[in-house]
Design a protein around this ligand. Structure first.
Ligand code: IPD
Ligand code: CA
Ligand code: CA
Length: 267
């Protein structure tokens, strides 16, 4: 594909990703507003929850992408991977922050990414309860509700906040050691229950960095695209055939906190 064709292919998919984010966000918000009627099921353990909301939103996203770009691959948290024949794969988390969602808190989002040969080239994250839309694409920059995002190198681990994520894949001792190292270096932590949203916060300069030792591609690819396009750094996700469905460390930071955030992964 020529460079012009690449850029056209990204623009076409970006237009779809934006409209799908609106549709998925409205659908998820409707479920959220009547969440007492949802049957909450557990997956790996009592903290790992899911409902018909997650599945219905992913089904809609899968169907619409397959209709518009039948040649593209698709990977979603709830229904897994469908391989495509083009260099593009859509990677979605229909609801990231299911724990805040089912417990009535606003920090959940729909996360839609497109990767080209494993590299995130589109990231769209919608946060329906907070009326936020984060959009990024290769060659198009990053924005929050239409405002361009550019990271400030003066923001550091010491004068800003760092997002830390944890789940049952990581030992309590490891999480404790990460928090200890962060605070010993003059930082402080936030966790809002959505890794995808906290990565978007890094792109928006609300957080100076994010670290979670084990997350999946659907949790991080859209956020990674946002961080990259805002001028930040991220640890590439192993997005080859072997790695794409498995978990891996997720790290992202603005330019002023990069070295300190990366050191958290050494503890
Ligand atoms: C989870 C959230 C959470 C992170 C977990 C993820 P889910 O995704 O992003 O913040 O700590 O590792 O699994 O289950 O809400 O889609
Ligand atoms: Ca998730
Ligand atoms: Ca999810």
């Amino acid at each position: 594909m020529t460079e012009v064709a690449q850029s056209g292919a990204i623009a076409d998919r970006l237009a779809l990703a934006r409209s799908l984010a609106d549709e998925a966000g409205a659908m998820a918000l409707d479920f959220f507003n009547r969440r007492e009627t949802l049957v909450i099921e557990t997956k790996k353990n009592l903290q790992d929850v899911v409902s018909i909301a997650d599945r219905t939103v992913e089904e809609m996203l899968r169907a619409k992408v397959a209709e518009a770009f039948p040649e593209d691959g698709f990977l979603g948290e709830e229904y897994g991977q469908t391989e495509g024949t083009s260099p593009f794969t859509w990677i979605v988390d229909p609801i990231d922050g299911t724990a805040p969602f089912v417990n009535g808190m606003p920090t959940w989002c729909v996360s839609i990414a497109v990767v080209r040969d494993g590299e995130p080239v589109i990231g769209v994250i919608i946060v329906p309860c907070l009326n936020e839309l984060y959009v990024a694409a290769e060659g198009f920059g990053a924005s929050l509700n239409g405002k361009v995002l550019t990271l400030d190198p003066a923001r550091t681990m010491q004068n800003g906040l760092t997002g830390i994520g944890s789940n049952s894949h990581v030992t309590p001792e490891k999480v404790g050691a990460i928090v200890t190292a962060l605070m010993a270096n003059g930082g402080n932590l936030i966790r809002n229950g959505s890794g995808a949203l906290m990565l978007a916060y890094v792109a928006a300069g609300k957080l100076v960095g994010y670290y979670e030792p084990y997350m999946h591609a659907w949790d991080c690819m859209a956020g990674y695209c946002l961080v990259k396009e805002a001028g930040g750094h991220y640890l590439p996700f192993p997005a080859d055939q072997q790695g794409i469905t498995k978990g891996a460390p997720v790290i992202a930071a603005g330019p002023g906190a990069r070295d300190d955030i990366w050191k958290l992964a050494d503890v």
